[in-house]
Design a protein around this ligand. Structure first.
Ligand SMILES: Cc1cc2nc3c(=O)[nH]c(=O)nc-3n(C[C@H](O)[C@H](O)[C@H](O)COP(=O)(O)OP(=O)(O)OC[C@H]3O[C@@H](n4cnc5c(N)ncnc54)[C@H](O)[C@@H]3O)c2cc1C
Length: 343
């Protein structure tokens, strides 16, 4: 794939290595989708190579390749949608939040775990709270050295398979604090905490080998040492994570779109109708041209945003615009690809 002039030799090496890795494990990914099994063995392999640590600084056990490295990994792995989703979910489940808001002790405790492939999840959405995330109803009340969490979350990627859950809960109902977005607090809840259970796994298209489900918190005691940021800082922690998340989602969706291109062109070259390959039909050529344009622009947007992030610049606009453009384009070009392939 095209590399960008600002990539370092390490970025280029990672891109090459990951392309080969994905080729090697793709048949196994397909098998786990048919079998509806979580691809543990693929995660084990990719963890041994250190890919989950692409965006984690070296001093915390990562490869130290920044947002660019994390995007290279996400783009490559998202040729396998299930593996890619869990990988990106892992990046979202605490990585940025801990780097930006975690104490030194928390960085040392959690970042090496992420780098070595422990699976994490991001836990915001609730049955009655979606886009309006500031209205989170799950509560956390301080009790000595613990916070006690109660509530329900849904749509959570890697529910049950993850070991680490980046959870946002309400710690205040004070109208002033709500007005100033100081009513939420972020916590890392770990698998096995008493009262923390998976209620249900959803059947979602594209999630054949990855769990997505509903989580229950029933008087879950979370050590205060697992609070990320100060009490009341949850909204800031969440939004810090979300800008990084949107960049990762750009890379993820780019991976899916690239995979469309990889499938649709050879198919249309092979498929013969009206005495010629269907790629010779001009209506198909227009659709494939649109797909190539989409991939090209999506890659530029993703990696330019990641580059700015690595330079320490504000990427709020770039990551949000990128997510809209790349996701909407992915839907449009996927529908076109279906038509090119018959549909
Ligand atoms: C496949 C999948 C995976 C997911 N994974 C996770 C996960 O791992 N962790 C997690 O916490 N959540 C996850 N989610 C939840 C996701 O983030 C929510 O679906 C999202 O926040 C929207 O919430 P909602 O579905 O409840 O929609 P609602 O908020 O109930 O509805 C959204 C509606 O409001 C409209 N709307 C939204 N914003 C605006 C606006 N600014 N102006 C005007 N209209 C607006 C929309 O057009 C839409 O009609 C996942 C969802 C899906 C589908």
């Amino acid at each position: 794939m095209e590399v960008f002039p600002w990539w370092t030799d390490e970025h280029k090496k990672l891109e090459k290595e990951m392309a080969a890795f994905v080729e090697e494990v793709m048949p196994r990914d397909e098998e786990t989708r048919w079998r509806r099994e979580f691809p543990w063995d693929i995660f084990e392999k990719l963890s041994k190579k250190g890919y989950p640590g692409a965006g984690i600084p070296k001093e915390y056990g990562g490869l130290g390749l920044g947002a660019t490295g994390a995007c290279i990994a996400a783009e490559a792995l998202n040729r396998m949608p299930g593996v890619g989703r869990a990988f990106v979910g892992n990046m979202l489940g605490g990585l940025r939040q801990i780097i930006e808001y975690g104490s030194e002790e928390q960085k040392k405790r959690f970042l090496p775990r992420i780098a070595t492939g422990e699976i994490g999840a991001i836990v915001i959405t609730e049955p009655f709270v979606g886009t309006d995330a500031a209205s989170i109803q799950t509560t956390a009340r301080r009790q000595g050295d613990f916070y006690v969490l109660n509530g329900k979350k849904r749509f959570i990627v890697s529910a049950g398979v993850a070991s680490r859950y980046m959870v946002y809960a309400r710690t205040s109902n004070n109208p002033d604090e709500i007005r100033n977005y100081r009513h939420l607090t972020a916590f890392i809840v770990e698998k096995g905490f008493q009262g923390f259970t998976v209620e249900k796994i959803n059947e979602i298209m594209g999630f054949e080998n990855i769990q997505n489900g509903v989580l229950n918190f029933n008087e879950v005691a979370v050590p205060a040492g697992n609070r990320i940021g100060e009490e009341g800082e949850g909204w800031r922690v969440m939004t810090a994570g979300l800008n990084f998340e949107r960049t990762m989602i750009c890379a993820q969706t780019l991976g899916w779109t690239r995979e469309l291109l990889r499938n649709v062109v050879p198919y249309a070259q092979r498929r013969v109708q009206f005495g010629k390959p269907t790629i010779d039909l001009v209506n198909n050529q227009f659709k494939i041209a649109d797909l190539i344009i989409q991939v090209k622009i999506a890659r530029m947007m993703t990696y330019y945003t990641a580059y700015l992030w690595d330079l320490g610049r504000d990427i709020t606009l770039g990551s949000n615009m990128g997510k809209v453009f790349i996701c909407e384009g992915a839907i449009r070009t996927a529908l076109d690809a279906i038509q090119v392939m018959g549909g």
